[in-house]
Design a protein around this ligand. Structure first.
Ligand code: FE2
Ligand code: FE2
Length: 259
């Protein structure tokens, strides 16, 4: 991998820091108040009052590009979020899932669904990730792909011997062996099982394999053609096309905005 490859650039975001005057709110300390969803219930002190008390002419709350993050292009495309925003684990997990599906000869729509299935975990929100992920992509993909992404969350908890899918060992470790999924998940899985698109979502679960150790890097560009055929990238860029989920993409572009 050469130093100027996308993956190399991605692994060294700190090099992307540019002079202060290139960023909004120049000359002032830009305070970041984390989103409450990541704090509530954790026991970590929520710094809302403390930061409000520090506010003044020289200290404001961050709005706009954060120099600690790689700068996004003005018209971001799907793979920009992979390279410049998603955490390393999600980045590798999504690419390897899609590659398994591709190598297994799956339909391109299934490959795309695998590529996108945990997209919400990349930089947005983990809770109910299948639903958030499906919502993010719904304006841009075939309805079946968004459906499959949503339902994989529930189907993961239920084995299907007909395709060799067993309850994941990793879930026993994540949640404990006595974990029982809640009623809404059981209901969703049962409904999905009888749906005509069941197998598309089931295939996501089949290729939903974790590798926590470093695996060989996969260049996301290998999926560019499939994305081109099945993901309608908006001309204005994701986040700026006025779609019902544009704000969710903008939240990933500017995750540290105060409002
Ligand atoms: Fe998932
Ligand atoms: Fe996954």
């Amino acid at each position: 991998m050469s130093d100027d490859s996308p993956l190399a650039a991605r692994s060294q975001p700190v090099l992307n820091i540019e002079p202060d005057h290139d960023y909004p709110q120049a000359g002032r300390r830009r305070m970041i108040l984390p989103s409450p969803i990541a704090f509530v219930g954790t026991g970590a002190p929520f710094p809302e009052m403390e930061l409000l008390a520090q506010m003044g002419p020289d200290a404001v709350f961050m709005m706009g590009d954060n120099p600690a993050l790689p700068r996004m292009p003005q018209k971001p495309k799907l793979l920009d979020f992979f390279r410049l925003r998603f955490g390393d684990l999600t980045f590798r997990h999504l690419l390897s899932s899609a590659k398994y599906a591709l190598d297994a000869g799956q339909d391109e729509k299934v490959v795309l669904a695998c590529l996108l299935h945990d997209i919400a975990n990349g930089c947005l929100i983990r809770v109910d990730h299948g639903y958030w992920g499906a919502q993010l992509i719904a304006p841009y993909v075939d309805e079946e792909v968004a459906w499959a992404v949503q339902k994989h969350q529930a189907l993961r908890y239920f084995a299907d011997e007909s395709v060799g899918y067993a309850y994941p060992d990793s879930y026993n470790k994540f949640f404990g062996p006595d974990y029982v999924p809640p009623e809404y998940i059981r209901r969703e899985a049962a409904e999905a099982r009888n749906h005509r698109w069941y197998m598309s979502s089931r295939m996501i679960t089949l290729y939903d394999l974790y590798f926590f150790e470093k695996s060989d890097p996969i260049d996301p560009e290998m999926f560019a053609d499939i994305i081109g055929r099945h993901f309608k990238q908006p001309e204005e860029g994701l986040g700026f096309d006025g779609s019902p989920t544009a704000h969710m993409w903008r939240t990933m572009i500017w995750p540290n905005n105060f409002l």
